[in-house]
Design a protein around this ligand. Structure first.
Ligand code: AMP
Ligand code: GLY
Length: 426
């Protein structure tokens, strides 16, 4: 059978997923909503409002879609998978209660506590308890301390003050910003020392398979400085994730997560992103995300030797354990080219030149748009240059060679992607 696929999203992650799905021998038609200029050659870009579930359902019926794949977290946290399932449609992505692993920090922390999954110690406060929260921080007197808004905050809900004065100011900031909604809650966490890495699994509700690991670069500036971004670059595999560490992540974190969600009546189907701190006590969970990482997806999907669409279909049918997930052993990296000013204000509509000069890399689009024969910038994160090689050093060298061939007005990128990984390999 051939499957007609609807893929939701428009970022570099969705371009990479579309690229992976388009290679499938089982693919019928691929539609990407809304997609970007990079996905045009892989399927049909269609304009659909991701918040209008009924509109998407009409499209699914009109185009005989067999499986809908959801890229970003918001529709999942909003219950899109539940909506489609009620309409007897097949969807790859967790239902609302399972997506709470990302949608609510409090839910995720309480879940980890119930299932003995290693993570930072924490306490939760509601809107009326800011004074109590301030007392709690002062009493503990341990800095830095981590303050997190409970719900989705687009990466802006976490503050890590280093002194008591900073912590009190951070509380005020949260109160006025991400925590201004009366229903919102605050999670205060112990600060974990270590290096971060992410492990990605694909899950069918009962079983999981690891499909890769990576290290992201969240800060805008060289040497991990400045504001947080969606991610400025990534490489995979991450040398810090040794075989031994991965076994611990599987047995101490991913297996109890998948088992725990199932036992609580919320079987987890879809990509599971586990953000980890590798501490001196071993791996601990920083956060879960209910979707693939962006830009991590761009360096992991190309490693899949198995048919991505077949694996996703197998998950929706609860057959993951009978399905092979084979990955190659190359290193991949991606350097993200962004509009100068990102993650704050930046200009759009700048002409991108040099894309035709890229021969040995893949370029996954994110914030771009087409204007006749030209590709223009249309967002903060604009392009992902992805290269592969037998060594990380070689992959990085190739990536930066290609980056130098692309240009647009006020283009910015980090020149130190992968440096941490290279250090581990020394
Ligand atoms: P989150 O949105 O929970 O991933 O937090 C954003 C970033 O804050 C993470 O990627 C970490 O760099 C940092 N972070 C969050 N929680 C902790 C923690 N408990 N200890 C140290 N760093 C943390
Ligand atoms: N790259 C981080 C994320 O996808 O959340």
């Amino acid at each position: 059978m051939h499957y007609n696929v609807l893929l939701l999203g428009s970022g570099g992650r969705e371009h990479a997923l579309a690229w992976g799905i388009a290679k499938s021998s089982k693919l019928g038609e691929l539609y990407i909503a809304p997609g970007n200029p990079g996905t045009e050659s892989l399927g049909k870009n269609v304009v659909l409002d991701a918040t209008n579930f009924d509109e998407i359902y009409d499209f699914i019926q009109e185009h005989s879609i067999h499986i809908t794949v959801v890229g970003p977290e918001q529709p999942l946290v909003d219950g899109f998978a539940d909506f489609l399932e009620e309409k007897c449609q097949v969807v790859f992505g967790p239902k609302q209660q399972a997506a709470m692993l990302e949608g609510s920090k409090e839910f995720a922390k309480d879940f980890m506590k119930r299932h003995d999954i290693p993570t930072a110690a924490y306490e939760v406060f509601d809107q009326s308890e800011f004074d109590k929260a301030a007392e709690y921080i002062k009493e503990k007197g341990a800095y830095p301390v981590v303050l997190k808004a409970d719900g989705l905050a687009g990466g802006k809900g976490v503050l890590i003050p280093e002194t008591e004065a900073e912590a009190m100011q951070a509380l005020e900031e949260l109160k006025e910003g991400s925590l201004s909604d009366a229903a919102s809650r605050l999670v205060i966490e112990e600060f974990m020392e270590g290096e971060e890495a992410s492990v990605f699994a694909i899950c069918d509700g009962s079983e999981f398979k690891v499909i890769g690991n990576a290290q992201d670069h969240k800060r805008i500036g060289e040497g991990d400085t400045g504001l947080n971004t969606g991610g400025m670059g990534a490489y995979s595999p991450a040398p810090i994730v040794t075989e031994e560490l991965l076994e611990r992540v599987k047995s101490e974190i991913i297996a109890p997560t998948v088992k725990g969600m199932k036992s609580e009546g919320n079987p987890y189907l879809g990509f599971l992103y586990v953000g980890l701190m590798i501490t001196s006590d071993g791996p601990k969970v920083v956060e879960y995300n209910c979707r693939f990482g962006d830009p991590e997806c761009q360096v992991i999907i190309p490693a899949m030797q198995s048919d991505l669409l077949e694996v996703m279909v197998a998950c929706t049918e609860g057959r993951l354990s009978d399905t092979e997930v084979i990955l190659d052993d190359l290193y991949r990296c991606t350097v993200v080219l962004v509009s100068g000013g990102y993650p704050q204000s930046y200009a759009k509509g700048k002409v991108i030149s040099g894309l035709d000069n890229i021969k040995d890399a893949m370029v996954f689009h994110a914030g771009t748009k087409r204007d006749g024969n030209q590709i223009l910038t249309n967002g903060g994160r604009v392009l992902n240059v992805v290269t592969e090689a037998k060594s990380l050093a070689e992959a990085l060298e190739l990536a930066y060679q290609d980056v130098s061939k692309i240009s647009f007005d006020n283009m910015y990128y980090r020149t130190d992607i992968g440096h941490k990984g290279l250090k581990h390999l020394e």
